[in-house]
Ligand binder design. Sequence first.
Ligand SMILES: Cc1ncc(COP(=O)(O)O)c(C=O)c1O
Ligand SMILES: [Zn+2]
Length: 485
Amino acid sequence: MGENPTDLQSGRSNSSALKQLATVIALRCVECASLYPGVSEHPRYRCDCGGVLDVDAKIHYPLQQEPALQAGFETLATSESDVKPFAGAHWRQLFEERASHSPTWPVNVVTQLPDSSGVWRYRELILPIPEQYIVSRPEGNTCLYPVGRENCGNHRAGHRQIGHYAGLDYLFLKHEGENPTGSFKDRGMTVGVTMANLLGARAVACASTGNTSASLASYAAQLGLPGIVFLPSTHVAAGKLAQSLAYGATTVQIEGDFDDAMRLVEQVCNELGIYLLNSLNPFRIEGQKAIGFELLQQLAWEAPDWLVLPAGNLGNTSAIGKAFRQAHRLGLIAHVPRIAAVQASGANPFFRSFMNGFVSREYVQAQTIATAIKIGDPVSYSRARQVIEESNGVVEEVSDEEILAAKAVIDRSGIGCEPASAATLAGARKLVERGIIKREERVVGILTGNLLKDSQTGIPQPKQGDAITASIEAVRRALANKISF
Ligand SMILES: Cc1ncc(COP(=O)(O)O)c(C=O)c1O
Ligand SMILES: [Zn+2]
């Protein structure tokens, strides 16, 4: 092991932990339902038919919990096809206990580490592995801001503007830009890099519109593993490129767009034995499910009517949809929220397919100012289609102008986000205008990335010559039209 350059492993894999994991997970093709081993020395990212793979896990309630709960252990074991709704109360209690630990990094107490993470707190539903392999910052624990016209609290007049803009009384924004590297990608990356750790991978790689690469670079650096990121040579926001370089990843800029980079990295990983950490990797999707679990917990397990999010490669749509489905099957929530995936109109292949009733899969040459969702051939198309159909969801498109207008509202409220994230608010507003989302329905929108990721697009730039002399008179003149004294 580790001698052939195309071998994945460096010789550090943990075979007993891998064997144990292999007994509880399998990979299922999203297209033809073929089953493959959940873990192997030569990781598989696609079925022989070309379809992408999904983790199919047996979910077990942890044995070491309170004796009163242990009695129900067998009945608490469940899988995708095994509905045990009465178990919901036990799961809720478990997650409440874990969340009640302070979400700070424990210095010495190794066993508390997973509870501090907004991903590993739900570990039985994410990846059942021995805790010593977990690679975590920790991540998650992001705010859920109440910003609707009715649910916005005191001292939040600025935030309420968002509810007014959307036309919604009960709107929450979950800000995934508050993750350690500034985007939701950290939730999938902690699981992907943990798998790389368990497998003893020699290196990890991804293609990216910027956020995945920043996240991979950070987690690979934490583990001390070489990270390689493939980026389109143009249209990557400066903040994201800076992160990848600063965290020390080998950064390969390729001539072409994200779709070209994606095709290349899959080939590179298969041929050179590098572990692939795009959302084609099904374990990334498992981590991103935690956005769904965490927001449900923040809402005291009262599922919202709608979940609205920006959609590019469709990994997040797939992940949150799967989380809601599992939460419902485990009895954690009483109903599955409807999902609204929002695309930029210049990068709208999923919207086009939705409009033709998913009769055909569409592709586009993507073009939008929201570079994070500038994707014309989404990898997780089939997974996401299933989510939209199952949840009675919708796919919407919004123009770049609508994205920028919505971003200005989010920014001016003091919350702020990167351009792609603002597609959430632009899409919610449009769906309310069209009467698809009702103004009194409870809606959660996902903000996927931090404002600082892209400090150029849609942000007023300081003009040369704006500086004033350092005197009180000059300040009075500068503020004359802004504040009355
Ligand atoms: C900020 C941001 N929003 C949305 C997306 C789209 O997510 P997905 O590709 O999972 O659809 C991305 C993906 O890179 C992103 O970085
Ligand atoms: Zn298949």
